[in-house]
Each structure stands twice: as structure tokens, then as C-alpha cells.
Design a protein around this ligand. Structure first.
Ligand code: HEM
Ligand code: HEM
Length: 183
């Protein structure tokens, strides 16, 4: 099943969730490492170029994911209490909002001087906005919110594992295997 149903996530949502979770952890580690590199490192220009290109692919994929989510049936949450349901909605909304802020601030740092970002297939993402001081403000926002993203993702992961191993409810299985076919 490609689409989401009332009792689970379809293949597209599951694939996007896991690929994007991986990509976001990789981007965080790459960003954290690349800002420590000196001029003499062989990765001094390549590492940021990869960080920017992968980041732009993640921006496109997150936009597709949000569109897919808004146009699909949402799985029901009968196994959750009202509090858990509210907390999960808030957490997912916060993750979407903060990840978009990290991606857009990254784009603004990289394009503040008017240069485009090169993607892998020779495609270029042009600079759309330049203003005095934008690079430094975006840099601060990018750094702080990328740390907030990883902290929230840690809480989110902890909650998913608690549902699986302690509550033994279908929260994690329906994001991993999807809904079971009805017999
Ligand atoms: C969710 C996606 C992303 C994460 C988690 C992330 C994470 C990070 C981290 C942890 C740093 C190091 C910050 C520091 O300590 O100063 C960083 C730096 C940077 N990121 Fe990202 N990033 C993401 C997306 C992007 C995107 C889409 C772009 C551009 C297209 C980008 C461009 C940059 C640049 C240019 C720097 C260097 C900033 C500086 O020199 O201070 N990032 N990123
Ligand atoms: C950077 C890492 C991650 C991010 C940004 C992230 C983000 C999200 C978002 C935004 C949703 C809401 C999906 C939607 O309704 O559209 C979601 C759902 C979910 N995530 Fe993650 N996730 C991450 C990592 C993980 C990990 C490591 C696990 C498990 C160990 C996990 C388990 C789940 C589960 C089970 C759901 C479905 C919850 C439900 O039934 O509503 N996620 N995730």
C-alpha cells in the first residue's frame, strides 16, 4: 500500500520518514564536524558543498513529505490517551516547523553572497534573497535550531521506543511495517 490509511502509514510515508531521519542525523554530524576544519584540510570546501547539496535535497523531500501528509488520510490514534495524542501532535508539528527553519536558514547562509548552491546533477539552486547581516543571523538560527532538532528527535525516539517496549502498542510497527492487511 502506497497511501496512508486510518490504521497505518503507507510505503511512501514510511520511506520518507526513515530516509529523512537518517539524512537529518547525517547532516547534523557533517555540519558539526565541518565547522572545525581549517584551511589546510582537504575537506575544507568539499564538506560544506556536500552539506549544502544534501540539505537542499532534504528541503525538497520535506516539502513533498508535508504535501503527501496533508493530502492523505491520517492514521487514527485509538491506542493513545488524549494527553499522548496531543503531545504527539505538538511534537510532530514542532519537528516539521523547526526542520523547515533549519533548512531555510542554511539556504540563507549559503546564498547570502549571491552565489547559487550546486546540486549533484549539475543543477543549481539560485540565490533568491540577499540583505545586510543575513548571513550572521541565519548562522546563529541555524546552529541553535539544529541542536534543538536533534534534542527533539531524541525525545521523539525515546517516546517511540517506550510505546513499543513498555506500552506494547502499534505506534512503532505502523511506521516501520505499515498497517497489517485485514484478514
Ligand atoms: C536539517 C538539516 C540540517 C542540519 C541538521 C544542519 C546542521 C548543521 C550544523 C550542526 C552546523 C554547524 C553549526 C555550528 O556549529 O556553527 C551547520 C553549519 C552549516 N550549515 Fe547546516 N544543517 C542542515 C541543513 C543545511 C542546509 C539546507 C544548508 C544550505 C543549503 C546548510 C548550510 C550550512 C552552512 C553554510 C553551515 C556553516 C555555517 C558556519 O560556517 O557557521 N545546512 N549545519
Ligand atoms: C531526525 C530524526 C527524526 C525525525 C525528524 C522524525 C520526524 C517525525 C515526524 C515529523 C513524524 C510525524 C509523521 C507524520 O504524521 O507526518 C514522525 C512520526 C513517527 N516517528 Fe519519527 N522522526 C525521526 C526519527 C525517528 C526514530 C529514530 C524513530 C523510532 C525509533 C521514530 C519513530 C516514529 C514513529 C513510530 C512515528 C509515528 C507516530 C504516529 O503513529 O503518529 N522517528 N517522525
Amino acid at each position: 500500500m502506497l497511501k496512508d490509511t486510518s490504521d497505518g502509514f503507507g510505503a511512501i510515508s514510511r520511506l520518507l520518514h526513515w530516509l529523512l531521519a537518517l539524512a537529518i542525523f547525517v547532516l547534523f554530524a557533517l555540519g558539526y564536524w565541518m565547522v572545525t576544519l581549517g584551511y589546510t584540510s582537504p575537506y575544507y570546501t568539499n564538506a560544506p558543498a556536500w552539506h549544502e547539496a544534501v540539505g537542499m535535497v532534504v528541503l525538497i523531500a520535506m516539502t513533498l513529505r508535508l504535501g503527501w501528509r496533508l493530502s492523505n488520510t491520517n492514521p487514527t490514534s485509538d491506542h493513545l490517551t488524549r494527553f499522548e495524542h496531543g503531545a504527539a501532535r505538538m511534537m510532530h508539528g514542532a519537528l516539521y516547523a523547526i526542520i523547515f527553519a533549519v533548512l531555510i536558514s542554511g539556504y540563507l547562509i549559503s546564498t547570502a553572497d549571491g552565489r547559487s548552491i550546486e546540486l549533484f546533477w549539475g543543477l543549481q539552486v539560485p540565490s533568491l534573497y540577499q540583505a545586510q547581516g543575513i548571513e550572521s543571523i541565519s548562522g546563529k538560527i541555524h546552529r541553535i535550531l539544529s541542536y534543538v532538532t536533534i534534542a527533539l528527535a531524541g525525545l521523539h525516539t525515546g517516546a517511540a521506543l517506550k510505546h513499543h517496549f513498555i506500552d506494547r502498542d502499534p505506534t512503532l510497527t505502523r511506521m516501520w511495517r505499515g498497517s497489517r492487511p485485514k484478514s
